[in-house]
Design a protein around this ligand. Structure first.
Ligand code: GTP
Ligand code: MG
Length: 345
């Protein structure tokens, strides 16, 4: 293996929020912008996640992001469902994330799953920002596609501006009621102490350059040391979902946050009663540009490195559990790895 064994991994960003507040649209917008820039191939679709490399982030963010200021490879976004029945999945995604985006519809404001997401984030001590979404729905809004927030804000009438301000301050007030000191992101100095609110539209792309800039800045400044991993070491991840997949039997959708997993690895997974010891049969990725939640045709890969989302097919996965740890054994005593997995259950 010729890779530098210690390199920086991609930070994992969970996108959380109430149903229909625009989480998926925001990721679609980021993917779509890359397609327009002729860079569709640069964004890779993972199982349950989307990887956006630094140069694409910098292209979308325009003047706001200079790639020379960063040495993290990009961001890995995990979409989560807002529907109330998916608490477990949201909580897995939130706990797994290094940083998060809480999406709040500016018209709808705080809703039950917004509050639930805040609880998940504070329990797991995950730094986050709030995307105040759908600013284009403010009556009288003058659309400036894909523009940074400052430029489009300047282009609005006084009346539209004060309507938007009102909605943004309502969100800041709601955050404060929940015990979070928050402000508009350009006024925030310390993103660990204060929550930055970024006005955006997933529909028009307004504010998306700002959102990506703030996320890169947050990861670079506060997460860099935690991102130093041994990319060639045995993989460590978390099961997001256990799914039956035609032709593959039971599979586990896994987010790998450390090391690598290979198609010939032995792995240990947290099970309902006991850790499960099994051999990888196939590592599966969605085909390029395919819609992850509906895609049923996969591509087999030999190896993946953190951070990434991967579907693992293996025998004996029936008792695997969402949220359980996954560890690659590779050249270590099996009992040690089983012990590590048991300790995490
Ligand atoms: P769940 O996954 O069901 O929790 O919803 P979601 O948060 O992923 O919301 P989704 O992206 O599916 O958007 C819900 C609806 O809001 C869709 O009809 C979107 O077109 C619309 N929408 C999302 N963002 C915007 C926005 O910025 N402006 C406007 N006008 N509509 C938006
Ligand atoms: Mg969605």
């Amino acid at each position: 293996d010729t890779r530098d064994p210690t390199s920086l991994r991609t930070p994992i960003v969970a996108v959380l929020g109430h149903v229909d507040h625009g989480k998926t649209s925001l990721l679609d917008k980021i993917r779509g912008s890359a397609v327009i820039e002729g860079e569709a191939g640069a964004i890779t679709q993972h199982i349950g996640a989307t990887a956006v490399p630094l140069d694409i982030i910098s292209t979308i963010a325009g003047d706001l992001v200079d790639p020379d200021d960063f040495d993290l490879p990009g961001l890995l976004f995990i979409d989560t469902p807002g529907h109330h029945s998916f608490t477990t999945l949201r909580s897995r995604g939130g706990a797994l994330a290094d940083i998060a985006i809480l999406v709040v519809d500016v018209n709808d404001g705080f809703q039950p799953q917004t509050l639930e997401a805040l609880e998940i984030l504070s329990r797991s001590q995950t730094p986050f920002i709030v995307a105040a979404n759908k600013i284009d729905t403010v009556p009288g809004w003058n659309v400036n596609e894909d523009s940074p927030i400052n430029d489009t804000y300047e282009a609005q009438s006084d009346r539209v501006r004060s309507r938007l301000d009102e909605k943004l301050y309502e969100i800041i007030g709601n955050l404060s009621d929940e015990g979070f000191s928050a402000d508009l992101y350009w006024r925030v100095q310390n993103f660990q102490r204060n929550v930055g609110v970024v006005p955006v539209s997933a529909m028009t792309g307004e504010g998306v350059p700002d959102l990506l800039t703030v996320m890169m800045g947050l990861s670079q400044r506060y997460m860099k040391e935690e991102m130093e991993i041994d990319v060639t070491g045995p993989g460590v991840g978390t099961v997001l979902e256990v799914k039956d997949e035609k032709g593959f039997g039971t599979t586990i959708d896994t987010v790998l946050y450390d090391g690598t997993i290979r198609a010939d690895d032995q792995i240990v997974i947290g099970g309902k009663n006991e850790p499960i010891v099994t051999d990888v049969r196939a590592l599966l990725q969605p085909r390029p540009l395919a819609e992850i939640r509906t895609e049923s045709r996969f591509e087999k890969v030999d190896e993946v490195s953190a951070a990434s989302g991967i579907k693992v097919a293996a025998p004996d996965l029936a008792d695997a559990m969402a949220g359980a740890p996954v560890r690659v054994v590779r050249n270590r005593p099996l009992e040690d790895v089983v012990g590590e997995v048991r300790a995490e259950l």
